[in-house]
Design a protein around this ligand. Structure first.
Ligand SMILES: *[C@@H]1O[C@H](CO)[C@@H](O)[C@H](O)[C@H]1NC(C)=O
Ligand SMILES: *[C@@H]1O[C@H](CO)[C@@H](O)[C@H](O)[C@H]1NC(C)=O
Ligand SMILES: *[C@@H]1O[C@H](CO)[C@@H](O)[C@H](O)[C@H]1NC(C)=O
Ligand SMILES: *[C@@H]1O[C@H](CO)[C@@H](O)[C@H](O)[C@H]1NC(C)=O
Ligand SMILES: [Zn+2]
Length: 441
């Protein structure tokens, strides 16, 4: 299939080409637009704001799973969901409990009791004999990082995300992002109960290409919840996002308060195929509107500035919220410095997912692999490209070739072909089996 593909060795400009399909563009090395997705019928693999987009338009409507769902915000859309903001976690669907039981039966879910938290609040505590810092429990609240959970971004990168929406402050946040060069996209860890209340902000985030991820139905401390409650909190939020985005099932979730442990993260992974993302810096922006405020814009400015000017290893995952105009203002204030300090900026889910932000679709516009139920999305996986399989791509692409390109200082010329996509943030081609890195020109 890639018999005609050519590529240069690393000593010259990276150039990939295919006889039937090739695009050559000049893209500024510092541009912040992202390119993700594999090309195929009905969808295109560059964002609207990418230079390539002017050459080949994609279907702006975005692919769906072919099911007709009630329009987001319509009466039909809001019917049939669990109660919003109930004190109790929503009862899970029977299919999800079956998947939970299967995971328990294969001993994939630790069996210790949930943590408890007293009425007055405070942090969760575990039964005596259980150490929250031990690898067997590894509570995020106690700062323990479970292998496979994500706390850090790759070196040099900052992954941008916002928790607790959609809410009215989502609008000024998106206004701001839309006004920036390249209209950067971000990740939203959305709360199911809030989605039902804010359909317009939800739709706006989705249609601009932002990455949607899960932040539970009622925002509890998840380690205090039973296995079934954990499944209900996650499952309903996944289903609501699925039914409101043409069938996409999120790939990432963030536990409220970062409160996860080996039991909760295992349920997310084993039942739903979710990867848990926490953070490595906390602005405490959620407390700006507390009375009295827990922090101030100037305090956030100062700590944020320190992180941005500090080490780029590891990269940054900063906890931020679309919870109030103040918390959005804290991000707006930081943005010029994020750009000025030379970080590679991207939506957090795009960064961590290497461009794939849903379990059954690459992004908000690419083809969707239909699933009958959200618990099946991980096993169903991404849609297959309808083009011929790239059987020889790895060998051919690695072997080098005779490609050529021209370059000017600060610019890179590249060509894309059917099984590769250029990720501006990671500064890498993502191909079926390739290990190219971008050359500095
Ligand atoms: C979500 O969509 C599926 C079809 O994919 C449907 O079976 C289900 O009832 C919908 N959920 C709700 C709560 O409407
Ligand atoms: C938040 O900002 C928006 C405009 O950016 C404004 O319309 C809205 O009234 C503000 N909300 C509050 C609570 O101040
Ligand atoms: C801090 O405030 C200064 C002055 O307004 C601004 O230029 C800078 O971008 C801010 N930095 C952060 C990280 O908020
Ligand atoms: C993204 O790619 C990196 C480097 O190849 C890999 O370590 C990581 O597991 C990938 N992440 C996901 C979520 O697939
Ligand atoms: Zn939250």
């Amino acid at each position: 299939m890639l018999a005609g593909a050519t590529t240069t060795t690393l000593g010259s400009t990276l150039l990939l080409s295919l006889p039937f399909f090739s695009v050559s563009v000049l893209a500024h090395a510092g541009a912040h637009e992202s390119a993700r997705g594999l090309p195929g019928p009905g969808y295109w693999y560059q964002r609207d704001n990418h230079p390539v987009h002017d050459l080949f338009k994609r279907d702006s409507a975005g692919a769906t799973d072919g099911v007709s769902y009630p329009a987001v915000g319509s009466d039909g859309w809001s019917n049939g969901w669990p109660t919003q903001w109930s004190n109790d976690s929503p009862t899970p669907r029977a299919e999800w409990v079956t998947a939970l039981n299967a995971a328990v039966a294969r001993k994939a879910i630790p069996t210790y009791a949930p943590s408890t938290v007293n009425e007055a609040g405070g942090i969760p505590t575990y039964a005596s004999g259980l150490n929250p810092n031990d690898a067997s429990v590894c509570s995020g609240t106690y700062g323990c990082a479970i292998p496979g959970d994500v706390w850090n971004a790759p070196d040099g990168h900052i992954g941008i995300s916002f928790d607790d929406g959609p809410l009215p402050p989502t609008d000024p946040l998106l206004d701001f992002l839309d006004a920036q060069s390249g209209k950067p996209t971000v990740t939203h860890f959305f709360i199911g109960s809030n989605i039902l209340e804010q359909p317009s902000q939800f739709t706006r985030a989705f249609t601009r290409g932002d990455d949607l991820a899960v932040h539970t139905w009622t925002h509890p401390m998840m380690t205090t919840k039973s296995n079934e409650d954990v499944v209900g909190e996650i499952g309903w939020t996944m289903e609501l996002i699925h039914n409101s985005t043409g069938g996409r099932v999120p790939r990432f979730w963030r536990p409220p308060y970062g409160d996860t442990d080996t039991r909760v993260s295992a349920i997310a992974k084993e039942v739903f195929g979710l990867t848990t993302i926490v953070w490595n810096q906390d602005t405490a922006d959620w407390s700006l509107t507390d009375s009295p405020p827990g922090t101030s814009l100037s305090a956030i400015n100062s700590s944020y500035s320190g992180w941005l000017k500090g080490s780029k290893s590891p990269g940054l995952i900063v906890l931020e919220h679309e919870l109030s105009n103040d918390s959005v203002d804290a991000f707006k204030a930081a943005w010029p410095e994020i750009v000025a300090e030379g970080w590679q900026i991207s939506s957090l889910a795009t960064l961590i997912g290497n461009g794939t932000v849903y379990l059954n679709a690459l992004d908000d516009t690419a083809a969707v692999n239909p699933v009958q139920d959200v618990v099946l999305a991980a096993s169903v996986g991404l849609p297959k490209s309808s083009s011929a399989a790239p059987t020889q791509s790895g060998a051919n692409l690695q072997a080098g070739g005779t490609g050529a390109g021209t370059a000017a200082a600060g610019w890179v010329e590249y060509q894309c072909e059917a099984y590769c996509r250029w990720d501006e943030y990671r500064a890498k081609f993502f191909c079926s089996a390739n290990r190219f890195t971008k050359r500095t020109l």
